[in-house]
Design a protein around this ligand. Structure first.
Ligand code: SF4
Length: 417
């Protein structure tokens, strides 16, 4: 019987003939934490009497969620992570380097890897063909100490993608459409495996956006095959040697197959307060917002800044709009500066944040006021996500965000591109 991508990776990493439903113990290629989950992981690691990390060079501590720190409690958490890195040899990614998931994609994730992170959006690296998943702080502490962990091999839902994106429609619209269709629990503990001609020609930047939000449908992993596009992405990061092809067997067994034609998609928005409360942007035109956020691990990549800068160049954001832009990594910020995207965005009225999570989780850098609304390119819009339970969050692509910033109300990017 043929295997899905999840079954193939977990077979190799566990040294067993793994099939959906099996419990396996798999070698972990990379384990990481960030600054809100890391302190608990460190304490659990110490409480579990581990004396050293199984693989210090494959253990990364990211300071990205509250970076630079907005208060003394978080500053002390950062000190704890810095001390732990010094003591154990773990790799420390300092404030200003960027969001963990973007940096994992740029620097560490390899097709076929098993990656665990104390953050639910660890699934992002599935865009490179890695079995990457979020775990609790204690589970990650054990993986850091042992260099392995256990999994129940997930059943797989195949998403068969055909066609090409129409103008103004992007990967974000695809994943919002899919989640709207299957619901926020529509893929609970499944592997969402993407394939088809529409995926074969999709660049890794778009795959990462889609894999990032697989967990918003409850998925354990969001997996893409690794092909020539993956090879090109790794080569651009100076990591061509990390490439290996990853693909499902032709006779793999799927629990379900969902077909999506990119040509039929429209710009899509998730409305407050659930990610699966989706609507075509055309139905929400005119909805007032006070803040627009372009950034995060979902859509803070160079391609997103390029699209936004293209829409905003030579124009001004609407009066009363705060446009907050957070590049997902230092490398993205530098490249966006060189390409002139940052210049265009700043001239249009944008506030540029340091690379990191920014206002996504409501700690700082753009907390909303009572009854205010924000359209964000992030991945979550539950009540209180951005720091104020009395505010409202809409989720959309960078193009929809830029069009909205221009109009001061939710707007259709196809009308300004
Ligand atoms: Fe989490 Fe937002 Fe940071 Fe991504 S950008 S890791 S979703 S807080």
């Amino acid at each position: 019987m043929g295997k899905t991508i999840a079954e193939k990776i977990l077979s190799v990493k566990s040294g067993t003939d793994a099939h959906a439903g099996d419990i396996v113990i798999a070698a972990v290629d990379l384990a990481f934490v960030q600054d809100t989950t890391g302190p608990l992981t460190v304490r659990q690691f110490q409480a579990s009497s581990f004396k050293k990390l199984a693989h210090p060079e494959k253990t990364i501590l990211f300071i990205d969620h509250a970076a630079p720190s907005p208060n003394s409690a978080l500053s002390n958490d950062h000190l704890l992570l810095r001390d732990f890195a010094r003591q154990t040899g773990a790799v420390l990614s300092e404030a200003g380097e960027g969001v963990c998931h973007q940096l994992v994609a740029e620097k560490y994730a390899r097709p076929g890897d098993v990656i665990v992170g104390a953050d639910s959006h660890t699934v992002t690296a599935g865009g490179l063909g890695a079995f990457a998943t979020g775990m609790g702080s204690s589970d990650v502490a054990v993986a850091m100490g042992l260099g392995k962990t256990w999994f129940r091999v997930p059943e797989t839902i195949k998403v068969e993608v055909a066609g090409r994106f129409p103008k103004g429609v992007f990967a974000k619209d695809l994943i919002l459409h899919l989640i709207g269709q299957i619901g926020a629990d529509g893929a609970s503990y499944k592997s969402l495996e993407f394939g088809g001609a529409g995926v074969d020609r999709m660049p890794v930047s778009e795959r990462l956006t889609i894999a990032n939000m697989a967990v918003e449908a409850g998925a354990k992993v969001g997996l893409f095959p690794a092909n020539e596009k993956t090879k090109a992405y790794l080569a651009a990061q100076g990591r061509e040697g990390d490439y290996q092809p990853v693909a499902p067997d032709a006779d793999a067994v799927y629990e379900k197959i969902i077909k999506i034609n990119l040509g039929k998609l429209e710009p899509t928005v998730s409305q407050p307060h659930t990610v699966d409360h989706t609507a075509a942007v055309a139905n929400l035109k005119g909805t007032k917002v006070q803040q627009v956020v372009i950034g995060t691990c979902t859509n803070g990549r160079l391609e997103d800044l390029k699209v936004a800068a293209g829409i905003l160049k030579g124009k001004k954001v609407a009066r009363g709009i705060r446009l907050v832009v957070g590049p997902a990594s230092r490398s993205i910020l530098l490249r966006a500066m060189k390409a002139g995207y940052i210049q265009s965005l700043v001239e249009s009225g944008a506030i540029i944040l340091p690379p990191g999570c920014g206002p996504c989780l409501g700690l700082h850098q753009g907390v909303l006021g009572d009854a205010e609304s924000c359209l964000s390119t992030a991945n979550r819009n539950f009540q209180g996500r951005m720091g104020n339970p009395k505010s409202f969050i809409y989720l959309a692509s960078a193009a929809t965000a830029a069009a909205t910033a221009l109009a001061g109300e939710i707007a259709d990017p196809r009308e300004v591109m």
